[in-house]
Design a binder for this molecule. Structure first.
Ligand code: RNT
Ligand code: ZN
Length: 422
């Protein structure tokens, strides 16, 4: 039987099964098609970017692997992103970092401006990709101490404040050009390996630096700021000033977004549990979907209960329209386009599973304290034929179903990546 026919047959049956469970498959697919995921640019080149950089810089993120064929100029990079987009159902966003600028000469971080991102704006318009932004507070001589916005030296802090402001101007320019807000996510690597003597001072400096960074006001239809907390990092095992409590308080009091990166918490802590609390007191949220292995290792996102649980909470709570879904992982040990494709498609699958969940009977059981029925329904729901719906969705969106994207990536590797000679 031809593949398309197989997919359509399975879909027809799946639709029937879901209808019997009280689920409207078409409504779920309409919702899924609306979700633009913000694909993180940095999987494409191991967070290198296009900045002209001098030596002697301490790397701020750990990327392991040396898979050949990495993009080293903006043309190659965009070609790779376009290839990945052709393998993903739906329309998406691209999250850039400040170091992905397209400038003629050396431009320091405090001097970046919308003109250095004009070619990205043009590209986004041409490809129907909405752009998001991130400040880059790492991989720079002024960040070699591991401290930026919390550095005791006011001159260092000021440099990074200016970088934050400059990046926000770029993001606002994205928003104005694309007639849809750009998110601008702020994450700093700041922290200490060992016990601080004055925790409070670090956090006071961070508040001041952030307030200065966010002092320029932009309309909400251009720019949406977000701050990303972290429990710990390599070299910052003991203390991170920008902890969850810090940024939750900051975001809430300044009415900006928080970014939940599911790799940034204690391994037994679940983001799924936090979402309903967050949305009771805050209006919008940015997500960084990743997979941590023992630590914030940024492994390629795979379809797992943790991510599905997050999606379930967002669907059940009606929070989808208030959430920006971003991915955040980097693996240089496999084909980088495959890494991107697997991760983003997994996020979409998690959302689909959640959208297809027969939730009402679970809630009804809970309301009469029949937890036996609730747990049984939840477990059985996992086996519903969502994959038949996924394959159909892919074909409807003119992208490969199932694993058919892999031969395309392999072909691209043979014809394009292997000729890059790296
Ligand atoms: C780091 C944060 C942050 C980065 C990117 C590159 O722990 O997750 O989001 O991954 O800014
Ligand atoms: Zn992140």
């Amino acid at each position: 039987m031809p593949k398309t026919e197989q997919v359509e047959k399975a879909f027809a049956l799946a639709k029937e099964i879901y209808a019997e469970a009280g689920v409207d498959v078409e409504a779920a697919l309409t919702e899924l098609a609306k979700i633009r995921l913000s694909i993180h640019c940095w999987q494409g080149d191991d967070i290198r970017g296009f900045e002209i950089r001098e030596g002697g810089v301490v790397a701020g993120n750990t990327v392991t692997g040396s898979y050949p064929g990495k993009a080293t100029n903006i043309g190659e990079f965009r070609a790779d992103v376009e290839k990945v987009l052709s393998l993903l159902p739906g329309h998406h966003r691209l999250a850039l970092h400040a170091i992905y600028l397209d400038a003629k000469g050396k431009v320091d971080r405090d001097a970046i401006a919308p003109e250095h991102f004009q070619s990205w704006i043009d590209w986004g318009r041409e490809k129907d990709v909405l752009l998001d932004m991130n400040q880059t507070y790492f991989d720079h001589p002024k960040a070699n101490s591991g401290l930026t916005l919390t550095h005791p030296d006011p001159a260092i802090r000021q440099f990074w404040i200016e970088h934050g402001r400059a990046t926000r101007r770029v993001a606002a320019a994205f928003g104005a050009a694309q007639k849809s807000p750009s998110t601008c996510n702020l994450w700093i690597q700041d922290g200490l390996k060992d016990n601080p003597a004055d925790r409070l001072a670090f956090r006071q400096r961070l508040v001041e630096s952030l307030d200065a960074t966010f002092s320029d006001k932009f309309p909400a239809n251009q720019l949406l700021d977000a701050v990303e907390p972290k429990l710990f990092g390599i070299g910052t095992e003991t203390f991170v000033p920008g902890s969850h409590e810090f940024y939750l308080g900051y975001a809430q009091s300044r009415k900006i977004m928080l970014t939940y990166d599911n790799g940034h918490f204690h391994p037994t802590e679940t983001i799924a549990d936090k979402l309903s609390s967050y949305f009771l007191f805050n209006s919008q949220l940015l997500l960084h979907l990743t997979r941590g292995i023992r630590w914030d290792s940024d492994h390629i996102l795979l379809l797992g209960e943790d991510v599905v649980d997050m999606a379930r909470e967002l669907v059940r709570g009606g929070f989808l329209s208030r959430t920006f879904f971003g991915t955040d992982f980097f693996d240089a040990s496999v084909n980088r386009l495959a890494a991107w494709t697997i991760g983003v498609r997994s996020a979409q699958k998690a959302l689909l599973i959640a959208l297809l969940e027969p939730w009402q009977p679970m809630r009804d059981a809970e309301n009469i304290l029949d937890y036996t029925t609730r747990i049984s329904l939840m477990e059985e729901a996992k086996a519903l034929p969502w994959s038949a719906v996924w394959d159909h969705f892919c074909l409807r969106q003119n992208v490969p179903a199932g694993g058919d994207w892999l031969p395309e990536v392999k072909k691209y590797e043979r014809e394009v990546l292997s000729r890059r000679g790296r």
